[in-house]
Write a protein that binds this ligand. Sequence first.
Ligand SMILES: [Zn+2]
Ligand SMILES: [Zn+2]
Length: 400
Amino acid sequence: MMRRLPVAPRPYRDELLSSWLGRLACRYGFDAASLAGALTDDDGDAPGVLIDDIAPARKDIAVWVQVCGVDPERLSRLTLARRCPERTRDWLLSQGSPWASTPVRSPPICRACFEADRAAGGDEHLRADWMLAERCVCPMHRQLLLDCCPVCRARLHICFRLRESRARIVCGWCGQELAGTGEGDSALIDALISLQNFVGAIVRGAPERRRRLEEALARLWSPLDDPGAARPVLALWIDESRWRCPIAAQHAIGAPFPLGRLPVAWRVVTLIALDALFGIGRDGLRGPSSAAEDLLRRAALPRGRDGGRRRVSVPPPPRPFVEYLRLAREILLDPEWTTSVGASRRRREQILSRLITRKLAASPPPGAARVSPPMKREASPPLKRENPTPGLKFSGLSAQ
Ligand SMILES: [Zn+2]
Ligand SMILES: [Zn+2]
C-alpha cells in the first residue's frame, strides 16, 4: 500500500486536473507527468505518463486519492468529462505532448488569473475553461488568452515552480513567470465574449444546431478551390491578395473540427468570420448569408498526398510512453541530427520535424492504418468569386 504524501494541496474548484497534479508534483521536485508515472509504478521509477484531463482511468484517480487524501468525488469533479458531459473530445483541447514529459503543453492562459491567484495568497493554477475549443477571452479579466510566451515568444509550455511555498507558473522554455496584466480592445473583447458564449450554448444545446455549427466551421477551413490547397475558404473573407495561411494554422485546413486546433488569434478570426457570414446567436446559426454561400461554393473536398481523396483518419491508439522515449532516443542519436549542431534554429527544427515524421511512419502503432469512410460532402463546382457584401471584409485584427 502506498504511503500518503505529507503535503498535498487541495484542488481548486475551477482547476484543471493536470494543474492540480502539477502543483502537487512541484512540491516534490517532479513535474506532473513524472509524478503520475511514479505513482502508478510499484518501483516508483516509471517514465512520465500523459495525464488525461478529460477522462482519466479510475485506477489512476484511486491512486491519487490514496496518496493525497483527497475526497474522490472532489477529484472526479475536476475531470472535463464531468464538467462538460455534453461535449465530445473535439470540443476540448487535447493537452500534453508525447515528446516531453516536462514541460507539458499548456492550454492558452490568462496572465491576470495568475496575478489574482497571487493576490489571494494561493498557488497559481490552470483553469479548466481554458480547455474549451472556442475559448478566446477570459471573461473575468476581459483579456485575450495567451498561447505564446510573452518573453521568448515560443509556443506556450508551462511548468510549475515552488517559490516561497507557493506554486508559480513559468514558461518551460525561458523560465519567465507568467503572471501579469495586459490590455485589450474593449469592443473586440465584448464581441468575443458574446461569440464564445453563443458557441458554448450551441455546443451544449440541441445536436442538430451543433452539427450545423460544426459543418460551418469545417467549411470555413476547407481547402480553397483545390483539394490540396494550402489556403482555406476563410482566405476569401480575409480578402487580402497576398495572404498566406500561417504555419501554426495550416494543420486546421481540411480538419473536420478546426476550432480547437487553432492558435487563439485564429480562433478569434474564425469566430468573427462565422458571425459575419452566418450570424450567430444563442439559438444557433441564422445564415448562411448569400455572401457565405458564394464563399462556401469554393470549398473543395480535402485530398490526401497521394492525389486521392483525403480520408478522415481514426486516431490510432496511444503508444506506450516507453515507445515515445525509444523513438526520441533514436532521433537524438540519428547522424542527421547529431551533425546539425551549428546549423540555424530554423534548419534544426526542419531536420527534427523530418526525423520525427520518418520515425513515427517507420513504427506505426497497432491499428494506425484504419481509416473511416471518406467524408460525405457535396461537390462544389468552381465559381468565379464575387465580392462579399460590404462590411464583411476582414480588417484590423493582427493575427499571428
Ligand atoms: Zn483571467
Ligand atoms: Zn518563454
